[in-house]
Write a protein that binds this ligand. Sequence first.
Ligand SMILES: [Zn+2]
Length: 275
Amino acid sequence: MRSSTTPRRRPSLVLALALLTLAAGCAEKRAPAPDAPEEPAPSTATPAGEGAAAEAGGEVTITPLVHGSVLLRQGSRSVYVDPWSKASFEGLPKADIILITDIHPDHLDPAAIDAIRGDATLIIGPQAVADKLPGVEVLANGERAEVTQVPGMVVEAVPMYNLQRGPEEGKLFHDKGRGNGYIVTLGGQRIYLSGDTECTDEMRALQAIDVAFVCMNLPYTMPPAEAIECIRAFRPKVVYPYHYRGSDPGEVARAFADEPAIEVRLAEWYPGGEG
Ligand SMILES: [Zn+2]
């Protein structure tokens, strides 16, 4: 950590560091399944104490905002992913946690972040995001963090990148290693948010995903047919097509219409044509 941090920023930075434990070198701690017997709260529990153990298995409410922007709520806790100013945040809670996937303006929007952040908001992103926005806690591809601010919350960074599509020959829209998809464990659920990606080996290999948000737009990510191929590979219980401007998410719904084990949820991601 730099020692030249300005006094005004320092308290929140120290707080943020205390809240985030990088998994490298520390034991993974998973949230209990919703129906699992609760373990007694460890003596090192957060001030929420026994309530923290109860909250760790609570119900998660999903609010599609716009395009690739999502709000996850569990109890009084709010987790925003890629908040974007094209959504309205009126009436929505301040963020406890903000996850940013990439540097493009539909994912990294400082104005939207300012609109929802509070004094103790923890922002997590890849290094490329931290380079553009002060105060971001860095999580690299493949790293996992326990977020002690939210009982039972764990965040894992999954690579997101193009395999073949880019602005010109020899270039990709998203280079491997720059951005993060995320698996968020919240309320005992494993929730995957793809970020901007094609159907990568890492996505195919995902395990035990309860809810998946999967992108599908051209030219930046992949068409629905490729998204469907990847969904067939990792078989989440619930799929939300998102980040699909210009594509038909109904293709995904039709593809899994006869497979009750995979529920496709179509939501309104472009209210008023926004995004
Ligand atoms: Zn995007």
